[in-house]
Design a protein around this ligand. Structure first.
Ligand code: HEM
Length: 332
């Protein structure tokens, strides 16, 4: 399945939650949010490659990529403005009128902290959230699909489990998702083996800190934790280079592991700034994988082809997004 299609799917799901039904179905907004993620990545790479930190402020006047980012933010504000105005007006008229989306959460947070709500600010926040939300999820699905193709017996277990869950719960709802233990274990193992961020919990020490054992961190020090190394540490995960589909399978405890943040798993960061979207990511990834696997079969075009090597860039590891997959509809 081509990566751009997955991005489109996750953008549509994500926008429905971030901006609600009015804008979430608006074709211009959907195109803008998806394109913005590409412009921002390109713009950031250009700035990093060409400008020393002291001259970075110049890039927005000189670089096409960077100018595009600013232009798209303006366009975002223009599209968001009527929706925001209507929301604010409705809130004044009837304060109990609430919406379950990030426009509402942002308005509440701005009011709580005494900041002025403007379309420019909220649009920029929404575009930032989109950035955090869609590439990670799309890439995780692609990465998990590659592993599923390489582990056909596990794929059958997962397919059977998904069909049972759908029968039992009359479709895929939250209860059905919660019963997908094989899928959860497989996704968690796939994430462990191919976690995208090589480092997580990146922080800047604002004040000096000396730990109990005497380890000292001076103010201004940048700190980060070796996520990839932890995921492959034999003291934490026995035989870490072996893909074990059932490593995290534990239906009796009724525990789900994919979005867990623990001392052994920092794929989603840790502490106060741990990824707030991880449970949403867990649910939408399961939803999409379960729906796809019960309807379709996937394989590589070449006989005997295996998962392509991951690609790495700037401390981020991606599944190879250039490999085509063949998709066949299953007889139901
Ligand atoms: C598989 C998918 C995802 C992965 C692997 C992932 C991973 C991460 C990581 C490693 C961090 C940094 C945490 C830290 O520094 O402690 C983070 C932060 C964040 N993520 Fe995610 N994320 C995913 C999906 C999402 C989704 C779907 C959303 C939103 C709907 C989201 C929103 C955010 C936000 C807003 C932050 C910043 C939190 C803060 O700084 O306080 N993420 N994510």
């Amino acid at each position: 399945m081509p990566y751009p299609l997955l991005l489109q799917i996750f953008n549509r799901i994500g926008q429905r939650v971030l901006v609600g039904p009015e804008l979430g179905r608006n074709k211009d907004w959907l195109a803008l949010t998806q394109n913005y993620t590409t412009s921002l990545l390109q713009g950031t790479n250009t700035v990093r490659a060409k400008y020393p930190p002291a001259l970075r402020w110049l890039a927005k006047y000189l670089e096409r990529d960077v100018k595009m980012v600013y232009k798209q933010r303006q366009r975002g504000a223009a599209l968001l403005s009527p929706v925001l105005k209507a929301r604010l007006a409705a809130k004044t008229e009837k304060p109990t009128d609430t919406h379950h989306d990030a426009i509402e959460w942002l308005i509440n947070e701005y009011h709580r902290t005494g900041r002025k709500v403007t379309a420019e600010e909220i649009a920029q926040d929404q575009l930032g959230l989109t950035m955090a939300a869609i590439h990670n999820t799309a890439a995780t699905v692609l990465s998990t699909l590659y592993d599923l193709i390489d582990h056909p017996a596990s794929l059958e277990d997962i397919r059977r489990e998904a069909r049972q869950a759908m029968d039992q719960h009359s479709g895929i709802n939250r209860a059905a998702l919660q019963s997908l233990h094989h899928l959860d274990s497989f996704m968690t193992e796939s994430l462990r083996m191919h976690a995208m961020p090589e480092v997580t919990v990146q922080r800047l020490a604002l004040v000096p800190k000396t730990f109990h054992d005497g380890f000292h961190v001076a103010a201004g020090t940048q700190v980060m934790f070796a996520n990839r190394q932890l995921n492959h540490d034999p003291d934490v995960y026995p035989e870490p280079e072996r893909f074990e589909a059932k490593r995290f399978y534990d239906p009796d405890l009724n525990k789900h592991h994919f979005a867990s943040v623990t001392d052994e798993s920092i794929n989603f960061g840790s502490g106060f700034h741990a990824c707030p979207g991880r449970f949403f990511a867990q649910d939408v990834i399961k939803l999409l994988l379960a729906s796809l696997l019960v309807r379709y079969d996937f394989k590589y075009p070449e006989q005997g082809q295996k998962r392509p090597a991951d690609m790495a860039d700037n401390l981020v590891v991606y599944p190879n997004v250039t490999v085509p997959l063949l998709v066949k509809e299953l007889a139901l």
